[in-house]
Ligand binder design. Structure first.
Ligand code: URA
Length: 264
């Protein structure tokens, strides 16, 4: 920041600051990226460039995040234990930027388990998966075939989780190493819920569960993961952007309903 800008900020009164804040909100600023505010009215002293010492060889042996996750997940004997293991897992950087862990929602006895990608802003704030606009569409879609996350009846119930339990910054795509670290937890989650059918919502869920991407080709084609049927579907966030794809989503919902009717 130039000293002119800093000086003009420093001379702002209360109402001018309110106006500056309102302007930022109008421009689309909706969250603070850092925990603590930066006082930009303070002009830092110019310090000489530091002398950079040659890099020391790392003393700590590098930790294998996937192996640690596998050990923790395998030891989790219940959903509560799995949640606690994930809460305590510090090797995935996404945890640092998220407000909280988003574990799951719905009925643990459900026959259908939905796996999404990762929490967004609303999910990060509420600690539940699929509660924003995409989640509202998801609820509406499944209600049309008589399924809901609220009902305790296992035949009509849904259980919902994500590949990643922490919101990626600015909702960016998950990195392969983040997915690899969290996959053992997802697999254990599926074992503990033991659903009859898994719905893989979008490319990242297909990548995690089936090792494949290309949702336009995959959707609607029953596949298998962990010994159970998996139905890849368009992600509801994609359907919000591409309403014409709802026709295919409806066909997939009917296919799911029919599979449930067959008792799988
Ligand atoms: N998108 C997802 O994939 N999961 C959520 O929980 C919310 C949006």
């Amino acid at each position: 920041m130039s000293s002119d800008v800093a000086a003009s900020l420093a001379s702002m009164g209360y109402w001018e600051m309110q106006a500056a804040l309102a302007w930022q909100v109008d421009m689309g600023v909706d969250e603070a990226i850092l925990d603590a505010p930066i006082d930009r009215t303070i002009v830092p002293e110019k310090t000489p460039d530091p002398v950079i010492a040659p890099a020391e060889p790392a003393l700590e042996p590098s930790v294998d995040g996937v192996a640690v996750a596998e050990g923790l997940a395998a030891a989790a004997a219940s959903l509560d234990a799995l949640r606690a293991a994930m809460e305590g897992y510090d090797l995935c950087e996404l945890k640092l930027g998220a407000k909280q862990l988003v574990f799951a929602d719905g009925q643990p006895g459900a026959r259908v388990m939905i796996v999404g990608e990762a929490p967004g802003r609303d999910e990060d704030m509420q600690g539940k998966p699929f509660v924003g606009r995409a989640g509202q569409l998801l609820d509406l879609m499944f209600s049309h075939i008589g399924l809901s996350r609220e009902t305790p009846d296992p035949g009509a119930a849904l259980y919902i989780t994500n590949v990643l339990p922490w919101r990626p910054p600015q909702n960016r795509d998950p990195k392969p190493e983040e997915m690899a670290m969290m996959l053992p937890f997802l697999r254990r989650h599926i074992e503990l819920i033991d659903p009859d059918i898994i719905v893989a919502m979008g490319n990242h869920a297909c990548q995690a569960l089936l090792g494949k991407r290309g949702i336009t080709r995959l959707r609607g084609n029953w596949a298998e993961a962990m010994g159970r049927p998996v139905l890849p579907m368009f992600h509801p966030a994609y359907l919000l952007r591409t309403p014409e794809a709802k026709r295919e989503a409806w066909a997939d919902l009917l296919s799911l309903k029919s599979k449930l009717g067959q008792g799988t």
